[in-house]
Write a protein that binds this ligand. Structure first.
Ligand SMILES: NC(=O)c1ccc[n+]([C@@H]2O[C@H](COP(=O)([O-])OP(=O)(O)OC[C@H]3O[C@@H](n4cnc5c(N)ncnc54)[C@H](OP(=O)(O)O)[C@@H]3O)[C@@H](O)[C@H]2O)c1
Length: 284
C-alpha cells in the first residue's frame, strides 16, 4: 500500500523533552505501515512549562492518542480526564487515549514490563524479586509486580528512596541500600533480579550494578536499560549461565499496548522490535 497522509489519517504522537533519540516514532510508524493502518505518529518536543497547553492542544486537534515520557510522566496527571487505577497508584502515565475529547491515561511501562516476562513464560506471582533502583521506572515495575503477588526487595543507591517506595506499596515490601553486602544477602534467596537503575547505560557501558560473582545460573536477570542492548550486566549473567531479558522487550511491549489501545488492532510486535533494534544500531 502507498502510505499517504490524508484528511482521514488519524494522528498519534509523543510529548517529551529531549525527544531527538526517541524510538517510538519509528516503532509505531513501521507498525501502522505493516498493517496498512491510516495512522501517523509524530514527535512533539514540549517544555515542562508548556505541558498543560500542549495536552489541551492535542485534545483540541483531535489526536487519537499519545505517549508521554521524560520529564512529563508525573506532571501530566492533573491535565487528563481519567486515570487508569494502576497508573493512579504509580503516579505516572506514559500512554493516553483520546475518546471524543475524553483523555484517559495509562501506564503501559508497568503492563508492558509484565508482558515482557509473561511472553517468556515467566509468571512473577509468588517469586522472590530484587529490584535495583527506586526511580520512575522502578515505581511502575514495583507496583505491577506487587499487584501480581511477587515478593519484593528494593535496593537503591539512596536507600531512603527505596524505603519510601516500599512503604507506598505494602509493608511486605523490603528495602535497603544498593551495596555489595546487601546484594549478596538478598540474592541467596532470589528468583529474579531487575536492574531499573541507569547503571550500564551509554556512555558508561563498562559499569554494572551487580558484581559478576553474585550472579548464579538459577537467576533470571532483567535489565531495562536498552542502550546498549546487551549491557555488561546481561553479558555477565549469560556467562554465568543465567537466563536474561533485555530492555528492548519492555520498550516494545509498552509501545505495543499503546498501539492496541489507539487502533483496536493486535500490534505487530516482531516488526516493532526489529525497528527498535535498527534504530538503536543506527544511534551508535
Ligand atoms: N526499557 C524500557 O522501556 C525503559 C523504560 C524506562 C526507563 N528505562 C531505562 O531505565 C533507566 C532508569 O530510568 P528511570 O526513568 O527510572 O530513571 P530515574 O527515575 O532517573 O531513576 C534512576 C535510578 O538509577 C539510580 N542510579 C543512577 N545512577 C546511579 C549510580 N551511579 N549508581 C547507582 N544507582 C544509580 C538512581 O538512584 P538514586 O535514587 O540513588 O539516585 C535511581 O534509582 C534508564 O537507563 C532508562 O533508559 C527503560
Amino acid at each position: 500500500m502507498t502510505y499517504q497522509i490524508s484528511g482521514r489519517t488519524k494522528v498519534c504522537g509523543l510529548i517529551a523533552d529531549p525527544i531527538e533519540h526517541a524510538m517510538s516514532p519509528v516503532m509505531h510508524n513501521a507498525a501502522f505501515k505493516k498493517l496498512g493502518l491510516d495512522y501517523v505518529y509524530v514527535p512533539f518536543k514540549v517544555k515542562p512549562e508548556d505541558l498543560k497547553e500542549a495536552i489541551s492542544g492535542l485534545r483540541a486537534l483531535n489526536v487519537r492518542g499519545f505517549n508521554i515520557t521524560i520529564p512529563h510522566k508525573m506532571a501530566a496527571l492533573p491535565f487528563l480526564d481519567k486515570i487508569d487505577p494502576i497508573a493512579r497508584k504509580i503516579g505516572a502515565v506514559n500512554t493516553v487515549v483520546n475518546d471524543a475529547g475524553i483523555l484517559t491515561g495509562y501506564n503501559t511501562d508497568a503492563s508492558g514490563f509484565l508482558q515482557s516476562l509473561l511472553e517468556e513464560g515467566i509468571e512473577p506471582g509468588g517469586k522472590h524479586i530484587v529490584i535495583l533502583g527506586a526511580g520512575g521506572s522502578a515505581k511502575a515495575i514495583a507496583f505491577i509486580l506487587a499487584e501480581r503477588g511477587a515478593r519484593l526487595v528494593i535496593l537503591n543507591r539512596h536507600p531512603e528512596r527505596a524505603e519510601e517506595l516500599a512503604h507506598r506499596i505494602s509493608p511486605d515490601v523490603k528495602a535497603g541500600a544498593l551495596t555489595g553486602e546487601n546484594l549478596a544477602e538478598v540474592l541467596k534467596n532470589a528468583d529474579i533480579i531487575i536492574n531499573t537503575t541507569s547503571v550500564g547505560m551509554v556512555p558508561d557501558i563498562n559499569a554494572t550494578p551487580v558484581p559478576a560473582h553474585l550472579i548464579s545460573s538459577k537467576l533470571l536477570v532483567v535489565d531495562i536499560v536498552y542502550n546498549p542492548i546487551e549491557t555488561r550486566l546481561l553479558k555477565e549473567a549469560k556467562a554465568a549461565g543465567a537466563r536474561t531479558i533485555d530492555g528492548v522487550a519492555m520498550l516494545v511491549w509498552q509501545g505495543a499496548q499503546g498501539f492496541e489501545k489507539w487502533t483496536g488492532v493486535k500490534a505487530p510486535v516482531t516488526v516493532m522490535r526489529e525497528e527498535v533494534l535498527k534504530g538503536l544500531r543506527h544511534e551508535k
